[in-house]
Design a protein around this ligand. Structure first.
Ligand code: FES
Length: 322
């Protein structure tokens, strides 16, 4: 694992996008003239002054180098990240960020793409749609929000929905008389050549996983914002660090990341929930007990990398590239 570079960005603008959702436009700070390039579906980590690191999807078009745009939902259960962004951070201030990384890339060779988004899960889809438009790829968006007032970036979508090759359907499931989005029906109706992407709250992703279980895995893409299962804290195994030359016991009640931090080794991490990919480490020997939602089933089965914030060990020893 290499420690990612830290960049400084200025908050150029803060915008109201929907009830509980603010948009932040970040621009490079001199001497940087351009921000690092990114691909559709990528996210950045913000290193907040409190020491928290938070990941947010980039929603602007991937060809843009002069800015990053993110949307931040004010989470009622905020551990400080979204509360800081909503209540404290102001236009003109600076932020430390890590360059973009992408766990949710658009397959640019697909004949068409179908996007299913719930709430703030719309954000990665916006950069993907911008890229699909640039490629001339037909796309469909199914976007669910509690009410129209809670649906962010509708103006942007309004401008795109009438273009040739575009289809947008909106569901406001808590408005009077409204029904929930029928994800099973959307997946059943997918054209045979479509790739499908889903990002949203856990119940939506659960419904998506069930509906898409029979599809070829390479056509199915999802991004989680929160863990589905608890981190592995059973402990009782040893982690050896190949580069640091250390041997660390992981005790019951601890994750590997906890044990590393206790031993004075602080690898990069952000969500601590297995959803952002920041803490990925190469596994040189041993068998991880994967609990993350970043690696695909095939990638997990290869057992050559793992997320140390949430995954444990099935073997008595792991040798990590740290
Ligand atoms: S810190 Fe996010 S996956 Fe481990």
């Amino acid at each position: 694992m290499n420690t990612p570079e830290i960049l400084q960005a200025r908050v150029r603008a803060v915008s109201f996008e929907a009830e509980g959702i603010l948009g932040f436009e970040l621009v490079p700070m001199p001497p940087l003239k351009e921000l690092p390039a990114f691909t559709a579906g990528a996210h950045i980590d913000l290193l907040l002054p409190s020491g928290l690191t938070r990941s947010y999807s980039l929603l602007n078009a991937p060809h843009e180098r002069h800015r990053y745009v993110i949307g931040v939902n004010k989470d009622a259960a905020s551990r400080g990240g979204s509360r800081y962004m909503h209540e404290t951070l102001r236009a003109g201030e600076t932020l430390s960020i890590h360059p973009p990384r992408n766990n949710f890339p658009l397959d640019e060779n697909a004949a068409r793409s179908v996007f299913i988004a719930g709430g703030i899960g719309i954000t990665p889809m916006l950069s993907m749609i911008a890229r699909a438009r640039a490629l001339g790829m037909p796309w469909q968006l199914h976007y669910a929000a509690r009410t129209r007032r809670h649906a962010a970036f509708l103006d942007l979508l309004q401008g795109w929905r009438d273009e040739p090759g575009a289809e947008v359907s909106l569901v406001f499931d808590q408005e009077p008389g409204a029904a929930m989005m029928d994800i099973a029906a959307i997946v059943r109706g997918l054209p045979a050549d479509a790739h499908v992407y889903c990002c949203g709250p856990l119940p939506m992703l659960d419904a998506f996983e069930k509906a898409a279980a029979g599809l070829p895995p390479q056509r199915v893409h999802r991004e989680y914002f929160a863990a589905r299962e608890a981190a592995a804290t059973e402990g009782g195994f040893v982690v050896e660090l190949a580069r640091a030359g250390k041997r660390i016991q992981v005790h019951p009640g601890q994750t590997i990341l906890d044990s590393l931090i206790d031993a004075g080794i602080e690898p990069p991490y952000s969500c601590r929930e297995g959803v952002c990919g920041t803490c990925e480490v190469r596994v040189l020997e041993g068998v991880p007990d994967h609990r993350d939602l970043v690696l695909s089933a095939d990638e997990q089965a290869a057992n050559d990398r793992m997320m140390v914030c949430c995954s444990g060990a099935k073997s008595a020893r792991l040798l990590l590239d740290l």
